[in-house]
Write a protein that binds this ligand. Structure first.
Ligand SMILES: *[C@@H]1O[C@H](CO)[C@@H](O)[C@H](O)[C@H]1NC(C)=O
Ligand SMILES: *[C@@H]1O[C@H](CO)[C@@H](O)[C@H](O)[C@H]1NC(C)=O
Length: 536
């Protein structure tokens, strides 16, 4: 544009300052032709520049059309379907951070552009657009950290679930097909994230795929040479890591990617190493069976009244997933309508999940847990109290919140990649008095006693992933809308049951809603018999 203006300014100067009669001689006409030629060249430049700009916008629109074409072909809400797919989520972040920034940087000069910018200001989103959260709320444009977050989620999913790379880049995420494909550049980006997380075997896989794709693409998004550089660095880092472990006889593989399922022997029990816990957890998340066939044969499903007249006419469907410690699932114990009410109530109170901070530093946003949580008081709605009462009937324990026999009902919403690393639910028994002080534990917590038991409603189905896995028991509860998992965290003796270590597997596709009730120790002394031996 600047070049064009300069040409025009020169022409005007000629007309005004020199006042030459341009038409009187052929020489003058030649000069005007020459002038026009410069103008045309500048206009051509300008058109080229505009077209490049338009093409950038067209590419953006085209990408969006491809994505929305997929949504149109399904029954589910388009936004839910797209938001529930990790590759779509990554592309969305990329479009709104990298691509949009690019477009914006080149289009801030004319008035018609203002309308585009205004479309983004004061953006608010109607109901259902955020993984089923009802109501309307303001959204902001994603930032670079959101793009990193989306890439990290994808990297973690690939890692934990050992997803097939060939299928993943073609839009097939764990058997669910979509139009969300990955380019060589995307794979390079994922490789870098894997590398930064220290997942060298995974980084190598991503870089190798990026190299292959760059070949197919004719080096369009990234060149093979560039990829090679990163590949070599990752191989070197991995070799050094392996060398560092040599001489450490019989040590476990550091990483799932190195586990040969034919040779590796998974172990169960309450004395596992952190690494065994992690490997078991990931295997369970993938749906692998760690219990022996004999043990599995001892598990059962049955109808039960739970010793309550309340359930005599409508017995509860009980499924036993593990004996001692007993892990059970109750089926169909909360209706779809009740679930909708709980979600609607939870929406305004959901905030970024906080996990107890280390060293009593209070609450910190954490990467060991990625979800939103909110707490519902019994007085908020008659349903909350009713659910509390139902939990009491099902578990035989007191859930009286006012008497501090149980905590408020907690509601959590996990999005893509949303997970909670393996942990114990008890807060006190594993800590000395000094540690309790250190962890800033409130005297009231001590009064209520520890979290003797956990009751967890599943408020949604999850398309892929999202199990609650118990690496030391070798089993997992899979989310099924309307069911609930239940287990004791303390032994009858009051000692911690370390075998109850559990975690939430990352959500691969879809979203996950759960609601927890933690039942405290003190209120249960008439309800749960004490054991005499510490092992009981
Ligand atoms: C991954 O998927 C591709 C295409 O479906 C298949 O050919 C390949 O064997 C799979 N790889 C693994 C390791 O399962
Ligand atoms: C891509 O680049 C590599 C070097 O980085 C080169 O060897 C290869 O021939 C290129 N492929 C195409 C299709 O241009």
């Amino acid at each position: 544009m600047r070049a064009l203006t300069m040409v025009l300014t020169a022409a005007l100067c000629c007309a005004q300052v020199v006042r030459c009669e341009v038409y009187t001689s052929s020489q003058d006409l030649t000069a005007v032709f020459a002038l026009e030629r410069r103008l045309v060249a500048a206009l051509n430049n300008y058109v080229g520049e505009m077209e490049a700009r338009l093409n950038r916008i067209r590419r953006y629109l085209h990408q969006y059309e491809q994505v929305s074409a997929e949504g149109a072909s399904t029954e589910e809400g388009i936004m839910e379907r797209l938001a529930g797919n990790p590759v779509h989520a990554f592309h969305l972040m990329k479009r709104l951070t990298v691509d949009w920034k690019h477009i914006q940087n080149h289009n801030n000069i004319d008035d018609s552009w203002r309308g585009v910018v205004e479309a983004l200001s004061g953006a608010s989103v109607g109901s259902g657009a955020n993984g089923g959260v009802a109501g309307s709320f303001r959204v902001r444009l994603p930032r670079e950290e959101d793009l990193h977050g989306a890439a990290q989620a994808l990297v973690r999913l690939h890692d934990v679930y050992n997803l097939n790379m060939t299928q993943l880049v073609r839009g097939n995420v764990w058997g669910v097909e979509s139009y969300a494909e990955l380019t060589a550049q995307d794979c390079l980006y994922m490789g870098k994230h894997s590398f930064n997380l220290g997942l060298y075997p995974r980084a190598i896989q991503w870089f190798e795929e990026a190299y292959l794709l760059a070949g197919h693409e004719g080096n369009a998004t990234v060149s093979q040479d560039q990829v090679n550089m990163f590949l070599n660095t990752a191989i070197k880092a991995y070799d050094e890591q392996v060398l560092g472990r040599e001489g450490d006889e019989g040590s476990l593989p550091l990483h799932t990617a190195e586990v040969d399922p034919k040779k590796f022997k998974y172990r169960l029990g309450s004395d596992l190493t952190p690494q065994e816990d992690a490997l078991n957890f990931q295997a369970l998340c993938r749906g692998e069976q760690l219990l022996s066939p004999e043990y599995q044969a001892s598990l059962s499903c049955f109808y039960d009244t739970r010793g309550e007249a309340y359930f005599r006419l409508m017995p509860v469907k009980v499924e036993i997933l593990h004996h001692n410690p007993e892990l059970m699932v109750f089926h169909d114990v909360i209706s779809d309508k009740e679930i909708e009410t709980v979600k609607t109530m939870a929406h305004p109170v959901l905030a970024r999940a906080m996990v107890q901070g280390a060293q009593g530093k209070g609450n910190t946003v954490s990467t060991t847990r990625t979800s939103k949580v909110g707490w519902l008081d019994d007085s908020l709605h008659p349903l909350v109290a009713r659910l509390g009462h139902r939990i009491s009937l099902l578990t035989g324990l007191s859930t009286d919140v006012a008497a501090e026999h149980a905590e408020l009902l907690q509601v959590s919403n996990y999005g893509i990649g949303g997970h909670y690393n393996p942990h114990h639910d008890y807060l006190l028994v594993d800590k000395s008095e000094k540690e309790q002080l250190l962890h800033n534990i409130h005297p009231r917590e001590l009064f209520m006693g520890d979290r003797i038991a956990t009751f967890m409603f599943y408020l949604s189905d999850v398309t892929r992933g999202g199990a609650t896995a118990f690496p030391r028991l070798g089993t997992a509860a899979w989310p099924s809308k309307g069911s609930a998992a239940f287990w004791h965290n303390l032994k009858k003796s009051g000692h911690a049951d370390t075998a109850t270590l559990h975690g939430a597997c990352p959500v691969v596709i879809g979203y996950k809603w759960v609601s927890n009730k933690w039942i405290r120790e003190r209120g249960q002394f008439l309800r749960r018999k004490c054991g005499l031996s510490p092992e009981e």
